[in-house]
Structure formats: C-alpha cells, structure tokens
Design a protein around this ligand. Structure first.
Ligand code: ZN
Length: 238
C-alpha cells in the first residue's frame, strides 16, 4: 500500500528540486532571539560535516548496514506516517545512535496547508516517534521538498513550536534517474566544505550507498569528521 503511494509522494517531495540551479538550496543561516531558526550548514572553520537522510518509503537496510560498518552517525528525517509501516526499521536506526527527526507526517508540502494542519503534522510526528523510541524527539525538522515558503509560510510556525528548520548545502543528488555515480560524486566533491549538511535519501534507486562508499574514504582522508546535525548546532555556541 505504501509502495503504491511512493511515487506521487516522492515526486511531491522532489518536485521543487528539479531544474534548480547550483545555489538554489544553499542560503544564509538564520537565527532569532530563541536560537537557530533556519540552518543550511555548520561552522566553516571546523572540519565537521553531517550526513542527513530523508524519507524511507523503502526500508533500506543495506544502507544502514553500510553506515554501521563505516561508523557514520546520521540525522534522519522520517515522515511520521512511516512509523505505522516501518517501526522495526526506525528502531534499528535508533539503536545505531541515529538522530531521528520529523519530516512532516503526511509528507505533503507544509506551506500549502493551514497553520493548524501544519501544527498537527509536526506534533503528530513528534508524538508517534516519541512513542516508538521512548525518547524525546530533537526539535529539528526538514520540510518536504525543502519547502518553507508558500501561502502559509512554515518557518514562523516552526519557531513558535520551538523547532529549527534544517536544509542543506551539499547533496548526494540521487533523485535524477539518469545521473551517474560519477556525476553525483563530482557534485559532492565540488561542494565539500567544513560545516556541510548533506542531503540524501533512502532507497536503492537513489544510489546513496554506492556514492557514499566512494566518497566517505576521500573526505575522511582530508580530515573531515561525520557528526550529527545537533553537534554542528552545538558548535555554533562555542
Ligand atoms: Zn522527503
């Protein structure tokens, strides 16, 4: 049932990315009086980078096995409704020490919903994840499709709820079906810099594991350390 829904949902998630230019999804971090509001990257003077993985329409155990072998901590953004379908898979990530954060509940684009609906999406996801793992859910959210702007902008709502929006400044770019691992690698290499928050997706068709298997040794050899997004945020406070 979930698989049948996967394609339209995936399309909805990725639609805003198609045709975007190099810099479209990199931007200026924003803080307000309460703390970090909208974050694209960590500090540029510390060689730490954070791998993030979104979705999970396919329970990608191979990618988890690989990341465990490589000892890479990850911040993952999971649509709340997947808790109904993939509880064991999500618990496996929790056991691996991953940071499990919300990605909306339905995976619809948030700013096209009413304020009340957006609050419901965010709170429901937080509550089902907390119920599953027994842990407080980090107040970090990646909006579907990276979309925060629309008829009912999402960022002010997130801030009211104490959330930080997490976007990215580097990208595994598995969503272009015709792409090659070589081109994906070239993108990652070109955009590598301290503080990177790297977007990637679960699912074999996204080639995340293949690309990371080649890229991780390279970046480690350059002295980079993989950390959770929350650690990048803590470093800003130093
Ligand atoms: Zn998504």
């Amino acid at each position: 049932m979930v698989r049948r829904n996967a394609f339209p949902l995936l399309f909805l998630c990725l639609f805003p990315l198609f045709g975007e230019t190099d810099s479209a999804y990199t931007g200026q971090n924003q803080w307000d009086e309460e703390g970090p509001a909208l974050i694209y990257n960590g500090r540029r003077d510390v060689k730490k980078i954070a791998l993030t993985i979104d979705d999970g329409w396919v329970p990608d155990y191979e990618l988890l096995d690989f990341l465990e072998e490589e000892n890479i901590p990850c911040t993952v953004f999971i649509p709340g409704k997947l808790v109904n379908y993939r509880p064991e898979w999500i618990l496996r990530m929790d056991e691996m020490g991953f940071e499990i954060c919300g990605h909306g509940y339905s995976h619809h684009l948030l700013p096209f919903k009413t304020k009340e609906e957006q609050i419901e999406e965010i709170h429901k996801t937080e509550s089902v994840l907390k119920e599953l793992t027994g842990k407080d859910v980090p107040r970090l959210l990646r909006p579907s499709g990276g979309r925060l702007d629309g008829p009912q902008p999402t960022l002010p709502i997130l801030r009211e709820l104490g959330y930080t929006a997490i976007l990215w400044d580097n990208d595994v770019r598995g969503y272009y079906e015709s792409d090659t691992t070589e081109r994906q690698l070239a993108w990652l290499r070109k955009h590598l810099q301290p503080g990177n928050i790297i977007l990637s997706h679960f699912g074999e068709s996204m080639r995340t594991r293949e690309v990371l298997a080649l890229w991780i040794p390279e970046v480690r050899a350059q002295g980079y350390e993989f950390v959770l997004v929350s650690e990048l945020l803590e470093d800003w406070e130093e």
